[in-house]
Design a protein around this ligand. Structure first.
Ligand SMILES: Nc1ncnc2c1ncn2[C@@H]1O[C@H](COP(=O)(O)OP(=O)(O)O)[C@@H](O)[C@H]1O
Ligand SMILES: [Mg+2]
Length: 258
C-alpha cells in the first residue's frame, strides 16, 4: 500500500472541553489512486490530512507512507513524508516573489542550483497553464491563477503523494471545473497518489476512484464508495444519468451519517 492509516484518532484539548476531531479512521490507498474525503465542515478532514502530511501528531493510531511510519515515538519522520506535497485552500504564495520563483521555492529549499530549479519550475508552470505569467507577482493574478501557481509548487518536487485540502473551494464554479479537469490530467500523467478533501459531492464523484464519507459528532468515516466511471473523464460525464445517480447515492450516504 502507498498509504495506510490505521485506527487514527485525534483529540484536541482535554477534560470537558476536549474535541474529538477524528475517531478511529482507517484508510488504504494503492499507488496512483485518487481518493476524496467528503464531509461537512468540522468533521475532521483537514485534521486527517495534516496528520498524514506530518504537520499534526495523532493522539492514537498510525500512518504509513510506503511502509514507513510518519509518526514514531520520537516524533515526525521526515524521511516518510519526503515524497508528500500538500496544497491548501489559500494559495500561500510569497507576494514579493514572482510566480516562477514561488514555484521554484521547494527546490531552492532542497538545495538545487538556480538554473536547474528555474528550468524545472518553468516546465511545471507551462503544464498548469501559467506559461505567460512566469514573471508576474502573485498580487497581479486572479484566484484561479494563484491556485495554479500553488498546484505547480506542489508538483515541482515530483511528489508521489499529493494532499489537497479544498484546493479550489474558494473559486467560482467555472474556474473550478476547468482546474479540476486539469488536476485530473496532471495527476494521471504524474502517476501520483492523491487525497482530496472536499465538501462538494459532485467534485468528489467526478475526480475520484473512491470517496470516503465522513460524518461529524463524533467525527468518523461512515462509508467508502467506489466510483466506477471510466477514465479519461470529461465534463460531459456530469450530465449523464449514471453520474446524477452517483451524486444522489453520495448525498444519501452523507445524510445517513448525520
Ligand atoms: N488546533 C486545533 N485546536 C482545537 N480544535 C481544533 C484544532 N483544529 C481543529 N479543531 C477542531 O477539530 C474539528 C475538526 O476540524 P477540521 O479538521 O478543521 O474539520 P474540517 O476540515 O472537516 O472542516 C473541529 O471541531 C475543529 O474545531
Ligand atoms: Mg478543513
Amino acid at each position: 500500500m502507498e498509504i495506510r492509516v490505521s485506527g487514527l484518532t485525534k483529540i484536541f484539548g482535554d477534560g470537558p472541553s476536549a474535541v474529538t476531531a477524528i475517531q478511529d479512521a482507517d484508510l488504504a490507498l494503492e499507488r496512483g489512486a485518487f481518493v476524496s474525503l467528503l464531509g461537512p465542515s468540522g468533521c475532521g478532514k483537514t485534521t486527517l490530512l495534516r496528520i498524514v502530511a506530518g504537520l499534526e501528531p495523532p493522539t492514537r493510531g498510525t500512518v504509513e507512507i510506503r511502509g514507513a511510519p510518519v509518526w514514531t515515538a520520537a516524533g515526525r519522520s521526515t524521511s516518510a513524508t519526503r515524497p508528500v506535497s500538500m496544497m491548501f485552500q489559500e494559495a500561500r504564495l510569497f507576494p514579493w516573489f514572482s510566480v516562477v520563483e514561488n514555484v521554484a521555492l521547494p527546490l531552492r529549499i532542497a538545495g538545487l542550483g538556480r538554473t536547474e530549479r528555474t528550468e524545472r519550475a518553468r516546465d511545471i508552470c507551462e503544464t498548469v497553464g501559467l506559461g505567460e505569467f512566469l514573471h508576474h507577482r502573485p498580487g497581479a493574478l486572479s484566484g484561479g491563477m494563484k491556485q495554479r501557481a500553488s498546484l505547480a509548487r506542489a508538483l515541482v518536487t515530483d511528489p508521489q503523494l499529493l494532499l489537497l485540502d479544498e484546493p479550489f473551494g474558494a473559486l467560482d464554479a467555472m474556474t473550478r471545473d476547468t482546474l479540476n479537469l486539469e488536476l485530473m490530467e496532471v495527476c494521471a500523467g504524474a502517476n501520483v497518489t492523491t487525497i482530496l478533501v472536499t465538501h462538494s459531492i459532485s467534485e468528489a464523484a467526478f475526480l475520484s476512484d473512491r470517496v470516503v464519507v465522513l460524518a461529524p459528532r463524533p467525527a468518523r468515516i461512515t462509508a467508502t464508495v467506489e466510483i466506477p466511471f471510466m477514465r479519461p473523464r470529461n465534463l460531459d460525464l456530469q450530465q449523464s444519468m449514471d453520474f446524477q445517480s452517483m451524486v444522489g447515492q453520495l448525498r444519501r450516504t452523507l445524510s445517513e451519517g448525520e
